[in-house]
Write a protein of this length. Structure first.
Length: 327
């Protein structure tokens, strides 16, 4: 669950308007769903769209079971780095996140897509929406574009979350605005020792909208992951977008350090005419490993000491032989 807070500094002379400082939590609640992908062979080619991407459709099957709470900011990072052309990876992500979007129209899906249950403080009624590979790719590109705007042009991004369209606007514009602001409109107070405001997202679509607007609200700084180069926000500042990237980067640094240590170890052995085979044999005997790649940093340090001692022994032996010859 994410946690950030912002205090209002607005001062107004109108006593009827109240401004309060309140902690706001914004969890993501996962509704259990099993995803599959099917081919729709009847899709017609549309200019500007990849026919293959529009032919393959992700289909949800809503499951019973417990609701799981997840971190929406980590989910966003996972989505931004997702390789949607990798079917297994994409299905794993969708199964993890649950519902991507909800269609509230009557008869908008099969019975297996029907959602009718309490989720946290919300009552969710509708159908888990299906969508094409192309639609998911466009959602990802839109999210990437919004993260770049968050980094470089926040005023333009704020404008996209402005007031509702004019009453004479097209119906689709009203629906789009309502869909983008649905989760934020469902604001709830949980009364514990202190009241806590809760903005609860239950779909991937809501998660993208909520995290972006919370970032705007808190003035969050955008960082770029040093491993995967995905834009993300975090408090406090981090070098990596998630723990997986951090571990992968540290493993890479560790392997590079081991490779450098092995290079120096063999260079030291070469300097004192100690064959590589002798060094490898010593490592196998001392540490019981089948390969030098299995050694840890401390073991390589021990091996370097062994090489140095071996070199010292050779030097002493040569000196004794020299002294014997000169006597």
């Amino acid at each position: 669950m994410g946690y950030r807070k912002k205090y209002s500094k607005t001062i107004t002379s109108d006593s009827s308007i109240r401004h309060v400082a309140v902690r706001v939590d914004f969890p993501y609640f996962r509704i259990p769903v099993s995803w599959s992908v099917i081919e729709d062979p009847d899709v017609e080619e549309v200019e500007g769209k990849n026919l293959q991407d529009e032919r393959w459709v992700f289909v949800p099957e809503v499951k019973s079971g417990p609701i799981k709470q997840l971190d929406p900011f980590k989910l966003r990072s996972q989505f931004l780095k997702l390789d949607i052309d990798d079917e297994d990876q994409t299905l794993d992500f969708l199964n993890y996140i649950g519902v991507w979007n909800i269609n509230e129209q009557t008869g908008a899906g099969a019975d297996s897509m029907r959602i009718e249950r309490a989720v946290g403080h919300r009552y969710v009624s509708g159908y888990a929406a299906y969508f094409t590979v192309g639609e998911l790719k466009r959602a990802q590109k839109r999210a990437e574009h919004q993260m770049r705007q968050l980094e470089t042009n926040r005023d333009k991004l704020r404008a996209s979350f402005g007031p509702p369209p004019h009453q004479d606007a097209e119906e689709v514009d009203h629906l789009d605005h309502a869909a983008r602001t649905r989760a934020l409109n469902d604001f709830h107070f949980e009364w514990k020792q202190q009241p806590i405001g809760v903005i609860q997202a239950v779909t991937g679509h809501e998660m993208l909208s909520v995290t972006l607007q919370i970032d705007l609200f808190t003035g969050a700084k955008v960082d770029v992951c040093e491993k995967c180069h995905v834009r993300f926000t975090a408090d406090p500042k981090r070098r990596y977008c998630n723990d997986l990237c951090m571990r992968a980067a540290k493993q890479k640094e560790h392997r590079a350090k081991l490779a450098e240590m092995k290079k120096k170890l063999f260079a030291l052995g070469h300097e004192f005419h100690i064959p590589k085979g002798d060094i490898k044999k010593a490592s196998y005997e001392k540490f019981g490993v089948a390969s030098l790649t299995k050694l840890k940093v401390g073991q390589l340090d021990e091996l370097a000491v062994w090489v140095a001692n071996k070199a010292e022994q050779k030097s002493k032996y040569k000196n004794k032989k020299w002294e014997a010859k000169t006597v």
